[in-house]
Design a protein around this ligand. Structure first.
Ligand code: GRF
Length: 206
């Protein structure tokens, strides 16, 4: 079973969806540790309820970048993390971690990349931009993480239709449902070695 370290900054509903799929027996992965950059993250309570250790690791808690990276690495090593799963993680991971775990860090974005992504495009801002632009289709993108925001090789995308009467909130709610329905499948596919990465392209069935 693939050993995952989950990273979250917010409510953690995607983290919860992984916990639930694991509990139902659909997801064969270990959720070994939750790493947060702010102790107020709702995800913390979800971890505690499910007996998953929580690590609070933020750059501001260390004297410098090197100490921060070393601490992060120590936590990942301690849990033997094989896959880093970003689930609403608002902090950019250090470049050295991105390089070390190339194609072993995944992120979920509430839009169809490369549209409506990049620095500053998160949460409701994505859905507002989709509506303002007048796009008829939005969706989710699950991708490997590289050095740029919302840029790494795309693993899986699922479209979500935009309705005429959608608000940013109603669209966000439907997109989030799609996130919960699909993120675990990518973790599962990686766990069973079903994906192959060549350059910027990912091949294989999710
Ligand atoms: C999700 O919309 C995800 O796509 C984005 O951050 C949000 C996290 O939501 N990366 P939650 O904390 O999992 O509820």
């Amino acid at each position: 079973m693939v050993r995952c370290a989950v990273f979250a900054s917010g409510g953690g509903s995607n983290f919860q969806s992984l916990i639930d799929r694991r509990a139902s027996g659909e997801l064969h992965a270990e959720l070994g540790v939750l790493i947060v950059n702010n102790s107020g993250a709702g995800a913390v309570e979800r971890a505690e309820k499910n007996g998953i250790p929580v690590v609070h690791c933020a750059p501001t808690r260390f004297a410098g970048e090197a100490q921060y990276v070393a601490a992060l690495q120590t936590h990942l090593d301690r849990y033997g993390a094989q896959l880093l799963v970003l689930a609403g993680y608002m902090k950019k991971l250090p470049v050295s971690i991105v390089q070390k775990y190339r194609n072993r860090i995944i992120n979920i974005h509430p839009g169809l990349l490369p549209s409506f992504g990049g620095k500053g495009m998160y949460g409701k801002k994505v859905h507002q931009a989709v509506l303002e632009y007048g796009a008829k289709v939005s969706g989710i993108t699950i991708h490997f993480v590289d050095e740029e925001y919302d840029h790494g090789p795309i693993i899986h995308q699922v479209p979500v239709a935009v309705k005429d009467d959608d608000t940013a909130d109603s669209l966000a709610a439907r997109v989030l449902e799609a996130e919960h329905a699909h993120y675990w499948k990518v973790v599962e596919a990686i766990g069973r070695g079903a994906l192959r990465v060549e350059g910027h392209r990912v091949f294989g069935e999710v």
